[in-house]
Design a protein around this ligand. Sequence first.
Ligand SMILES: *[C@@H]1O[C@H](CO)[C@@H](O)[C@H](O)[C@H]1NC(C)=O
Ligand SMILES: *[C@@H]1O[C@H](CO)[C@@H](O)[C@H](O)[C@H]1NC(C)=O
Ligand SMILES: *[C@@H]1O[C@H](CO)[C@@H](O)[C@H](O)[C@H]1NC(C)=O
Ligand SMILES: *[C@@H]1O[C@H](CO)[C@@H](O)[C@H](O)[C@H]1NC(C)=O
Ligand SMILES: *[C@@H]1O[C@H](CO)[C@@H](O)[C@H](O)[C@H]1NC(C)=O
Ligand SMILES: *[C@@H]1O[C@H](CO)[C@@H](O)[C@H](O)[C@H]1NC(C)=O
Length: 448
Amino acid sequence: MLRCRKRDLWIAVPFLIMLYVQVHNWITQLPPPAPLELPTDRCKFKIVNDTITALKYNKTFIISSYHDNREQNLTRVIAIVDYKKVEDLYCWFCCSLDGRISIQRAAIAIHPDRVGSILGAAEIVCLEPQICYPKYVAIHSSPKGQAEELPRFEIQNRLPQFPFSAEFTLCLSVMSGNYSNVLQFIQSMEIYKILGAQKVVIYLHNCSQLMEQVLNLYVAEGTVDVIPWPIVSYINFSSFWYSHKDWLYGKATVLNDCIYRNMYRSKYVVLNDIDEIILPIQHPSWGKMISSLVERNPEAGIFVFENNFFPQNVFSSIDDEFDISLWKTVPGTNILQHIYKEPSKLWLRNPRRMIVNPRKVVQTSSSYILRGYSRTLEVPRDIGILYNCRGHHKEETPDRYLIRDTAILRFGKSLVNKVNEVLVKLFVEKSVKTGWNTYLERFARILK
Ligand SMILES: *[C@@H]1O[C@H](CO)[C@@H](O)[C@H](O)[C@H]1NC(C)=O
Ligand SMILES: *[C@@H]1O[C@H](CO)[C@@H](O)[C@H](O)[C@H]1NC(C)=O
Ligand SMILES: *[C@@H]1O[C@H](CO)[C@@H](O)[C@H](O)[C@H]1NC(C)=O
Ligand SMILES: *[C@@H]1O[C@H](CO)[C@@H](O)[C@H](O)[C@H]1NC(C)=O
Ligand SMILES: *[C@@H]1O[C@H](CO)[C@@H](O)[C@H](O)[C@H]1NC(C)=O
Ligand SMILES: *[C@@H]1O[C@H](CO)[C@@H](O)[C@H](O)[C@H]1NC(C)=O
């Protein structure tokens, strides 16, 4: 019979700690390349095209894979992992040169800023084998098995495209909870466009019907890319462990995917939430603001903006100029009526947001860059702020402490026309679709 004495424990415990550290190092560090090569013509995995793919046992979910040659020739797979159960993973590369399969052990970089849940954003990183030029990769928990059964993912960003197709791309993370704040969304979209956004990427979990029609308008216009994000089909949010309020439907994962997706398409990527706007204070656009910042700080590639919280339950009293009757027919908040902000609370974790050069980013969270290649510049508040207009906190700030800040009104006049144009399009389309003329009539009355 196996017995364990106290003395044995003294030996076993340090040994176990060492073993743990060693295993941990294996997991978090790149192993040396030791390709295991199989005979040719085995590369017949099925190609998958879904935004989320569950691997066997539902412990690892693959989003996308990207080539990254900034340090070494790597394939970086954006994923969600159950970080308590994550095991060894292997990249099965499909060499485009000769159709052979080359298998590499993966390093798993789990993001440190996971909150609450046991699922976290992660990157599965593999060194690409030499003389292989893989176009596809599959992820498997073993270096053995049947290749035909594995889903494979296209390795994107292999051929960086220049020049950029956009100067500024905005990554808005996940739209969820039947999102229905239509007016604020349209206002924000029109300000983003005024400020220089050429593309806005939205990962859509779900939203109201009217919101869906608005999204369709912007997709048709070419401004918005909607990426379906059916996360609830893969992860059981009713279970105790997945505290989705903290996890925000995988926000950290989509932001990293968005950075890599736009690495060679966009000169800059703007990272802010759906109810936020990074507002230049002196310049008319993000472009002018960033070039003036770069002029003075040539080595900066990451620009961080301080949060300013404008509670939705505090209205402007004097500036009724923007209390527009047509807008009252649209569900949502009119941001032009919210010009009182809370003083910054130093003891609260302030949700700062960023404009980044995506080629300088390796790994990001929503408020700061976790790994990157460039200096971070804290943008002074007289150059730019984060305008954040959302429901109020639990402890309200008494009115006498609120600060009037009209930075948003600088865009008010041009915003009114642009928002009205969108509403006309929306209502015309709606009435054509439903044959329901009330909107048109209401509209005719307003235009009279
Ligand atoms: C993947 O999806 C895109 C767009 O939805 C489509 O154009 C493409 O043909 C699909 N590829 C495969 C292999 O299904
Ligand atoms: C993985 O999740 C899917 C959908 O939730 C479920 O149908 C399937 O049985 C699960 N597989 C395992 C091995 O748990
Ligand atoms: C990546 O591979 C290419 C082609 O083999 C090679 O020319 C290049 O130097 C490699 N890049 C890095 C960073 O190792
Ligand atoms: C979203 O809409 C569905 C169906 O319309 C409803 O059952 C659900 O309660 C709504 N959820 C939220 C968070 O509002
Ligand atoms: C939106 O998602 C929530 C949370 O998963 C769900 O309760 C609701 O029913 C969904 N609404 C619709 C319209 O699908
Ligand atoms: C989700 O988790 C809850 C609690 O653990 C469980 O009762 C429920 O059956 C699960 N639902 C699915 C679809 O797996």
